[in-house]
Design a protein around this ligand. Structure first.
Ligand code: NAI
Length: 295
């Protein structure tokens, strides 16, 4: 198994909001990155957004032109899981759905080299269950980045029931190589951050749904009243309302308490395709026409 300094090739699966940022970080840290997505348009969007993000860093003087070019050159878009066969570490950042993720882990287990570490960026799904779909549960781990990965300073590492100390140490050092601070969570629904954050976001939806206040007043209340950089409804839009709903469902089924039951307004927004900033419309509109769903 590769140690952190031996992790030279990183596979990133899912080139959406999170996967694109993770690919950027790994390339900037000197790794060869293989970026895979089921949707080819997601790959071209990811390359454009990585390039724009690195150029912003260059404009601020935080990256030289040569480092920008080297980072871009290190990222190769690929079209099949087989293309990841030489990766030392694979980080999965696809849709937050346990069955879809398990299917991918089964495939990864078959095609990657026996020493490769398989990590998931899941927001809430059990690492132990993902790991048990493979024949290498000791080399499966949660590597939970925050949005947007190049900016947010934290990685929450989740140890599955069988993750070894060596794998944990390698992933912790690799996370530090990416410039991040690390916290470690046991493998329980929602881990640390989403276990605490998602009930607050859900409560903000309940406040909106039951007419306690407008979305602006709810968000301003939490920004100025609790010194949060953004309100919970705006944050939900940034995370993706589909991701928030999936995490709440995992918390609800895994912890069995009705306090995690998703607010019907959140469910309705997701049903209506109002997924947040990534789709131009969520609780707020981001330069797109509003749908008929009324808060
Ligand atoms: P996203 O919707 O922006 O991107 C997901 C990408 O995965 C899409 O481009 C989609 O085409 C691709 N995809 C779906 N199924 C696939 C498959 N079987 N094979 C290859 N590609 C596939 O979602 P986002 O926000 O990037 O989230 C991805 C993961 O990261 C989820 O597990 C989510 O819970 C987690 N996460 C999300 C955070 C957020 O703030 N959005 C924060 C931390 C973790």
């Amino acid at each position: 198994m590769a140690t952190a300094s031996e992790i030279a090739a990183v596979g990133v699966i899912g080139a959406g909001q999170m996967g694109s940022g993770i690919a950027q970080l790994a390339a900037a840290a000197g790794c060869a990155v293989l970026l895979l997505d089921a949707d080819p348009t997601a790959l071209s969007r990811a390359v454009a957004s990585i390039s724009a993000s690195l150029l912003r860093l260059a404009a601020k003087g935080q990256l030289s032109q040569a480092a920008y070019e080297d980072s871009i050159k290190r990222i190769r878009c690929v079209s099949t899981v087989q293309d990841l066969r030489d990766a030392d570490l694979v980080i999965e950042a696809i849709v937050e759905n346990e069955d879809v993720k398990k299917k991918l882990f089964v495939e990864l287990d078959k095609i990657t080299k026996s020493s490769a570490i398989l990590a998931s960026n899941t927001s809430s799904i059990s690492i132990t269950r993902l790991a048990s779909s493979t024949k290498r549960p000791s080399q499966v781990i949660g590597m939970h980045f925050f949005n947007p990965p190049p900016i947010m300073k934290l990685i929450e590492i989740i140890r599955g029931a069988d993750t070894t100390d060596e794998v944990f140490a390698a992933v912790k050092s690799f996370s530090e190589r990416l410039g991040k601070s690390v916290i470690c969570s046991q493998d329980y629904p929602g881990f640390i951050v989403n276990r605490i954050l998602m009930p607050m976001i859900n409560e903000a939806f309940w406040a909106l749904y039951t007419g306690v206040a407008t979305k602006e007043h709810i968000d301003t209340g939490m920004k100025l009243g609790t010194n949060h950089p953004m309100g919970p409804l705006q944050l939900a839009d940034f995370i993706g309302l589909d991701v928030c709903l999936s995490v709440l469902r995992v918390l609800h089924s895994g912890l069995g308490d009705n306090k995690y039951s998703p607010c019907p307004l959140l469910v309705q927004y997701v049903d209506a395709g109002r997924l947040g900033k990534k789709r131009g419309l969520g609780v707020y509109s981001y330069g797109q026409k509003s749908s008929s769903v009324k808060p």
